[in-house]
Ligand binder design. Structure first.
Ligand code: GAP
Length: 439
């Protein structure tokens, strides 16, 4: 990893996430479990928003990509065919002194990173999480929690072609959970044992694969910028030599400058015809498309943009984080793109002991709820309420004050500029929708 640094550190992000209800440690009351995290009220909204814009941009707005939602549990032979039983491994070393276990490629000087003890020779460790289907725990019932969503799209290739009548090039998209028994889960939600992927398998004519690969790399890179990520915090890195996965001819990682350094956000691979041919070999089924130019049945090549929802959420959180001085006080604000912000608008009464202000604020909030994620709050002073919303990245706050009772207008405050404008109550909804880019 590079020495480059962002202005915010990981502890600050993790503590904001806990304090404000984005992300909690899994099973915290029992001491926590490593590599699994729970998304709180605002984290779940952020994640849903990321998945929604991804689906909207890649499935809803395109004619050439269709969706799928395959099971997490699959036949164990899928993982034989895919090469994961054989090849989805990390080299591990054990410390002969403290007995701790490390990834061999994470050890710098050949000694134990914890106690400096002598290490064993590396042994290969499979990253798939095992489980058993049915009441008997034997070889026949053994299977794995999927380590990538991709295989569900390959094994359904013929079904999807049959029902959709799609011609090359076309894609299948899927969002879902994946599991890996990572040896060293680390950096908050960056490397976990349970995570979500957003994957596209894009099927193309062999010979056009390299051109499509380039197009997808560019398109996916720009996607993150479109939703507000700083261009200078993103870079591309090509995999070299042994780093290439067993199925890939070429892979580019989109890397983000996380608070702990540059690291992978999304990988875009040229998987060639490896997977479809492997499944033909193991299942006896044909996975071909009819090529009208050559009038032949061909096995397509696959370009695969594969991103993690949790990593995207972490990167969007870190990127949105800003600290500034306002009237000599620190203001923390998450400058989320409006499509990603968990809450779009918060409504407050200026005085919570004035029932008519409270009633009106509640009424405005309930009128807005069908149109956008809205929050009503009267549990603190107005300054505190603004600060809370800044910290969860709410683009707009509405205050109902005493004047509202006279002029039927409210104050809308902009998160980023902190400017306030007076808007008549009947115009509030349309004003907000327009400002949120949904007008
Ligand atoms: N189907 C291809 C594939 O799974 P990958 O590079 O191993 O490729 C794709 O994973 C993406 O999934 C990564 O770019 C990352 O965003 C996410 N991902 C992978 N392992 C992860 C982990 N242990 N924790 C969180 N996200 C992970």
């Amino acid at each position: 990893m590079s020495e480059a640094k962002t202005t915010v550190d990981m502890d600050t992000i993790a503590s904001l996430c806990k304090r404000r209800g984005f992300i909690f440690q899994s099973s915290e009351i029992y001491g926590g479990v490593s590599g699994s995290w729970d998304y709180g009220p605002f984290g779940v909204e952020l994640k849903r928003n990321i998945k929604n814009v991804w689906w909207r941009d890649n499935v809803q707005r395109r004619d050439d990509i269709i969706g799928l939602d395959a099971g997490i549990l699959m036949h164990s032979r899928v993982w034989e065919a895919s090469g994961h039983i054989e090849g989805f491994t990390d080299p591990l070393v054990d410390c002969k002194n403290c007995k701790k276990r490390f990834r061999a490629d994470h050890v710098v000087d050949g000694r134990c990173p914890e106690c400096g003890g002598e290490l064993t020779e590396p042994r290969m460790f499979n990253l798939m999480l095992k489980t058993f289907l049915g009441p008997v725990e034997d070889e026949a019932s053994l299977t794995y929690l999927r380590p990538e969503t991709a295989q569900g799209m390959f094994v359904n290739f013929a079904n999807v072609v049959d029902v959709s009548r799609k011609k090359l090039p076309f894609g299948i998209a899927q969002i879902g959970k994946a599991f890996r028994n990572e040896i060293t889960p680390r950096n908050f939600t960056f490397r976990t044992r349970e995570f979500e992927q957003m994957e596209i398998e894009y099927f193309v004519k062999p010979g056009t694969d390299e051109e499509w690969h380039e197009r997808w790399v560019e398109e996916r890179f720009e996607w993150y910028i479109q939703y507000g990520m700083r261009r200078e915090y993103l870079r591309l890195r090509q995999h070299e030599g042994e780093e290439l996965a067993h199925y890939a001819k070429a892979t580019y990682d989109i890397e983000y400058l996380f608070p702990f350094g540059w690291a992978e956000l999304e990988g875009i691979s040229n998987r060639t015809d490896f997977d479809l041919r492997q499944h033909t070999l193991h299942s006896g089924r044909e996975f071909t498309c009819f090529d009208e130019d050559t009038e032949e049945h061909i096995v397509p090549y696959i370009i695969e943009p594969s991103g993690g929802v949790d990593r995207a959420a972490l990167a969007f959180l870190a990127d949105a984080y800003h600290e500034e001085k306002v009237r000599k006080r620190k203001r923390v604000v998450l400058r989320f793109h409006p499509d990603l912000a968990p809450i779009k608008v918060a409504v407050f009464p200026l005085l919570r002991n004035r029932p008519e202000l409270v009633a009106l604020a509640k009424e405005i909030a309930s009128d807005l709820r069908p149109h956008m994620m809205t929050m009503y709050d009267d549990t603190a002073s107005i300054g505190r309420l603004y600060r809370r919303q800044d910290e969860i990245g709410t683009p707009f706050c509405i205050t109902v004050d005493v004047e509202t009772l006279e002029d039927n207008a409210v104050t809308i405050r902009d998160r980023d500029s902190m400017e306030q404008m007076r808007v008549p109550v009947p115009e509030v909804k349309d004003t907000l929708l327009e400002k949120l880019g949904r007008g």
